[in-house]
Design a protein around this ligand. Structure first.
Ligand code: NAD
Length: 296
C-alpha cells in the first residue's frame, strides 16, 4: 500500500509508456506521487519498467537521491494494461499515446470514463478543441506538453482549449510545480508556441543538409556555439524522433501553411526506418553513442 507521503502528494495516471510516458511517470513518482501507468504491450511495458529502474539507478549513482528514496518511489508505480483499470477520480490522467487522432480520441474517451479531476494530453501539435470532443467534460481537459527527456527539461506548456476552465489551468500549473517544472500557458493554436517555433528551425536545418550547405555536425556546432543552444536542431530532431517530426510537419503544413511542408530528405529517412536515436540511426549514428539519460 502507498505510504502517507505518497497519498498526500496525489495520484496520477499516465496512458502510453513510450518515450514520453516513461519520463512523465518517472518525474511524478520521484516527486512522491502514486503513479498508474497504462501500457497494453507486454514488451513495451517491460522496456518501460527497465528504463524507470535504470534511470533511478543512474540518479542514485550520481548522488541525486538515496537508494532508499529511489526504491520507495519506484514501488509506487503500478503498470496496468488498460485505461479501464485506472482507479476513479485520480488527480490527473495524462494521455501519451502516439500522435494519431483516432487513437487519441479512443483513449481519451476511456480515460474520461474514470472521471479524473483533470485530463491532459501530451500531444505535440493536435488541436485541444478537437480532442476535447472525446471527453464528457471539456472544462477539465487541456494540453500538458512535456519535453524530452522529461527528467531534464523543466518546461510544461499548458494548452488551454476554448472550454478549459480557469480552475483546470490552475490545477495543471500546480501539478507541474509539484514536479519541479515551470509552465507557459498558451491558447490552443496549431503547434502551440514550442512545437511551432522549434519546427521552423529543424525543417530549415534539414533543408540545409539537403542543399549541401553544411553537414549536420557543422550546423549543430554553429547553433550551439554561436547562439548557445544546448543542442543543435538536427541532434534534437534525432532525439525527438524523425517520424514524430514528420507527423508534426504534415499537421502544421495543413493548418498553418506550406512553409511547414516536410523536406524530401526527412520523408526519405523515415521511409528507410532512420528515425533517430530510437532506431539507432538518423542524422547521427546513435549505435556508437551513449544515450542521454541524465535524470535529475
Ligand atoms: P511512443 O511511440 O514512444 O510511445 C507511445 C506508447 O503508447 C507506446 O508504448 C505504445 O505501446 C502506447 N500505446 C499505444 N496504444 C495505446 C493504448 N491504446 N493505450 C495505452 N498505451 C498505448 O510515443 P512518444 O514519443 O512517447 O509520444 C507520445 C505523445 O507525446 C505523442 O502525442 C507525441 O507527439 C508527444 N510528444 C512527443 C515528444 C517526443 O520528443 N517524443 C515530445 C513531446 C510530445
Amino acid at each position: 500500500m502507498p505510504d502517507r507521503a505518497v497519498t498526500e502528494a496525489g495520484r496520477v495516471g499516465v496512458v502510453g509508456a513510450g518515450t514520453m510516458g516513461v519520463g512523465i511517470a518517472y518525474v511524478f513518482a520521484m516527486a512522491g506521487f502514486e503513479v498508474f501507468v497504462v501500457e497494453p504491450g507486454a514488451k513495451a511495458a517491460a522496456r518501460a519498467w527497465a528504463i524507470l529502474k535504470e534511470t533511478a539507478a543512474g540518479a542514485v549513482s550520481r548522488a541525486k537521491m538515496t537508494a532508499e528514496r529511489a526504491e520507495a518511489s519506484l514501488s509506487h508505480i503500478r503498470m496496468i494494461e488498460g485505461a479501464s483499470e485506472l482507479p476513479d477520480e485520480l488527480d490527473v490522467v495524462i494521455e501519451t499515446v502516439p500522435e494519431r487522432r483516432d487513437l487519441k480520441m479512443q483513449v481519451l474517451a476511456e480515460i474520461a470514463d474514470r472521471a479524473p479531476r483533470l485530463i491532459a494530453t501530451n500531444t505535440s501539435a493536435m488541436s485541444i478543441n478537437d480532442l476535447a470532443g472525446a471527453v464528457r467534460d471539456p472544462a477539465r481537459f487541456l494540453g500538458m506538453h512535456f519535453f524530452n527527456p522529461v527528467w531534464s527539461l523543466k518546461l510544461v506548456e499548458v494548452v488551454r482549449g476554448a472550454k478549459t476552465s480557469a480552475d483546470s489551468v490552475e490545477r495543471a500549473q500546480a501539478l507541474a510545480s509539484a514536479i519541479g517544472k515551470a509552465t507557459a500557458v498558451v491558447a490552443d493554436s496549431p503547434g502551440f508556441a514550442t512545437s511551432r517555433l522549434d519546427l521552423v528551425q529543424a525543417l530549415e536545418a534539414i533543408r540545409m543538409v539537403e542543399e549541401g550547405v553544411a553537414s549536420p555536425e557543422d550546423i549543430d556546432r554553429a547553433i550551439t556555439i554561436a547562439y548557445r543552444h544546448p543542442v543543435g536542431p538536427l541532434r534534437l530532431s534525432d532525439m525527438v524522433g524523425l517520424d514524430v517530426r514528420l507527423d508534426i510537419a504534415r499537421q502544421l503544413a495543413g493548418t498553418i501553411g506550406p512553409h511547414f511542408a516536410p523536406p524530401r530528405l526527412l520523408q526519405d529517412m523515415v521511409a528507410r526506418g532512420e528515425l533517430g536515436q530510437k532506431s539507432g540511426k538518423g542524422f547521427y549514428d546513435w549505435a556508437t553513442e551513449t544515450t542521454n539519460r541524465n535524470a535529475g
